[in-house]
Design a protein around this ligand. Structure first.
Ligand code: F6R
Length: 614
């Protein structure tokens, strides 16, 4: 996730900004930059890679120590992580410098408007468009604050923007929509940052900026307005967290923070995927529509949690496109002489983009002339670079080793791919695709509500903390959810946990059921087919044998009341999308149970975030 810092005050802005960027490093980034406005000019330095590269550049060519400044650590979304795409970006006349966190959905349209005005882009970023728009506005006579308000009204998407203007040497202006920004209020100095960690050593007084607000900071004033220029209500608060809590936004673990970031991660992954007529656009797909129409088989390849996202993808892709879809563990794929050819679409799913097993599988598939499409969270990583096409999940960096928001956004990307293939191949009508997209667009709000009501799951984790074994059952797309619930518990709590397809119980696993064994069961939505009722019968079977049943079922499903020892209610969604909500309580359960056992949740034993050996 990008990190943003702004400073105006008597200290050397370059030092304050660089120090703030270092304190935001934990957010993950692939390039960094700083701009100082001093002596009527913008002085700029930006470098791909770690902040150490920027330090080196500054040592060779120091920036002025007076003036005010802004800085940025970038997590690439549009455009590769390189020096040119790093922020800050400048307006065409070099007067305005801008940093940005988020995604400008309508940047393609704005870029063409700027091109018509004779402005050419120097980078591949969506951000640069905004720098030029601000530049045009101030050149036409607007103050930077007014320019920011006017430009924000033209932007669609999610953004935090922070800008400086050589003609306003005492002013830093920022705007916020759907991306974080806080103001640090000092004495004779003020700060802006993505989170308080960046300025905590200077001040503990902060103001949280609301949605669609612009803030203008000078060394002795903070002015907050709405995008349309009305004075806005501000919410000042005192920060009493220490630095480590501040990095985690007050949560005890990055993993817990990342679980709670999922509504936004899903929202961001859905941003900008439909054009003005509602048709799906996946612009990173560099495989032609003609080639996609020829695809006669899809093979999804991934490891661990990403593999479970692939299992869900199979149900959705086959149902929507009628293309046969296999799902394979990357570590198994190339060793079984798979049947792959030019009309096979290989879909790889990887949060890190560096998993060696998945990478080797891609290379094997490409040797057989298959087209490879990567679903990945890490822009510029090896897997998307070696693939023919990519759909980026916009989860932001995942710091906790156990994948959470990575998984949910992979599910979203798989649904998008399925719907896009259905659109290209005409296997679903446009209005059917629109209806599913609209349901997906409601998921962030449903997740917010779900996350607000997790106390019963926390209580359950306390109750089950001493259990030696827990089972998870599901059918259809609930089966991968069961596998994911079990994996989370194994890797975090180090206890025996297994996920089973509920229908398989009677073929063996039911022998494991004994008095008091906790069994989580994911119940499909009540629908026309028999799936729901079959799962309810499965619950009856295990309960009759003494299992303690924890039932995850949709909110008005009362058929489960009598068979559940504990009921966890899920928002109402259609069957194929249910993994997006059903997984969340299982993540919270594993995180809390591991915390209760005193384990390091962010760094479980023996595990690495990115497995770069086969
Ligand atoms: C489990 C987990 C791992 C990863 C797996 C693949 O919580 O995080 O199972 O899902 O190692 O990693 P990526 O998605 O980076 O290829």
């Amino acid at each position: 996730m990008c990190g943003i810092v702004g400073y105006v005050g008597p200290r050397a802005a370059v030092d304050v900004v660089m120090d703030g960027l270092r304190r935001l490093e934990y957010r993950g980034y692939d390039s960094a930059g700083v701009a100082i406005v001093a002596q009527g000019q913008v002085a700029l330095a930006k470098k791909a890679g770690k902040i150490a590269n920027l330090d080196k550049a500054l040592a060779e060519q120091p920036l002025p120590t007076d003036g005010l400044g802004i800085g940025h650590t970038r997590w690439a979304t549009h455009g590769a992580p390189n020096d040119v795409n790093a922020h800050p970006h400048l307006s065409a006349d070099g007067r305005v410098a801008l940093v940005h966190n988020g995604i400008i959905e309508n940047f393609v349209q704005l870029r063409s408007e700027l091109a018509a005005d004779g402005i050419t882009m120097t980078s591949e970023t969506d951000t640069e468009v905004v720098a030029h728009l601000l530049g045009q506005a101030v050149a036409a006579g607007s103050g930077l604050g007014d320019a920011m308000r006017a430009v924000c009204l033209r932007l669609a998407g999610a953004f935090t923007l922070v800008a400086v203007d050589t003609d306003a040497p005492d002013l830093v202006v920022a705007a916020r929509r759907n991306s974080p920004l806080v103001v640090g209020v000092g004495e004779g100095e003020n700060f802006l940052a993505s989170d308080v960690a960046a300025f905590l050593q200077h001040t503990r007084e902060a103001i949280e900026l609301g949605q669609d607000q612009v803030v203008e900071i000078r060394s002795d004033s903070v002015l907050v307005t709405t995008f349309d220029g009305k004075p806005a209500q501000v919410r000042p608060y005192h920060v009493d967290w220490d630095l480590s809590a501040a990095e985690k936004d007050g949560y005890d673990w990055f993993m817990r923070k990342e679980i709670y970031e999922q509504p936004k991660a899903v929202f961001d992954t859905l941003l900008g995927r439909r054009d003005s007529r509602g048709a799906l656009i996946l612009d990173e797909i560099r495989i032609s529509e003609a080639e996609l129409r020829l695809v006669d088989k899809i093979i999804v390849i991934a490891c661990g949690t990403s593999f479970y996202a692939g299992l869900v993808a199979k149900y959705a892709i086959e149902h929507w496109t009628r293309i046969p879809c296999e799902v394979e563990l990357a570590s198994e794929f190339r060793y079984r002489d798979p049947i792959v050819g030019p009309t096979t679409l290989v879909v790889t799913i990887s949060q890190s983009g560096e998993t060696a097993d998945t990478l080797m599988a891609i290379r094997h598939a490409r040797e057989q002339r298959a087209k490879v499409l990567a679903i990945c969270n890490t822009n510029g990583s090896t897997i998307p670079r070696e693939s023919d096409a990519v759909i980026y999940t916009h989860a932001g960096p995942e710091v906790g080793v156990a994948s959470t928001k990575g998984f949910l956004t992979q599910l979203v990307a798989c649904y998008l791919l399925g719907l896009y293939l259905a659109q290209v191949r005409g296997s679903k009508f446009g209005d059917e695709i629109t209806a599913i997209m609209e349901e997906l667009e409601h998921i962030p709000a449903a997740l917010e509500l779900l996350l607000d009501d997790m106390q019963p799951v926390l209580d359950l984790a306390a109750e089950f903390a001493a259990e030696p074994s827990v089972l998870f059952l599901g059918r259809h797309v609930g089966y991968p959810v069961a596998l994911e619930g079990a994996l989370k518990l194994k890797e975090l709590a180090y206890i025996h946990a297994e996920g089973f397809a509920a229908g398989e119980l009677k073929h063996g696993p039911i022998a494991l059921i004994e008095n008091g064994l906790p069994v989580f069961v994911v119940v499909p939505p009540q629908g026309r087919d028999m799936l729901h009722d079959k799962v309810v019968s499965n619950i009856q079977e295990i309960r009759a044998r003494g299992a303690r049943t924890v039932v995850l079922a949709e909110e008005d499903d009362h058929e489960v009341d009598a068979v559940a020892d504990v009921l966890i209610r899920l928002p109402k969604v259609s069957t194929l999308l249910q993994p997006l909500v059903a997984t969340v309580p299982l993540q919270i359960f594993a995180c809390e149970l591991a915390t209760r056992k005193g384990h390091d949740v962010d760094q479980p034993r023996n595990l690495a975030k990115s497995v770069t050996v086969e």
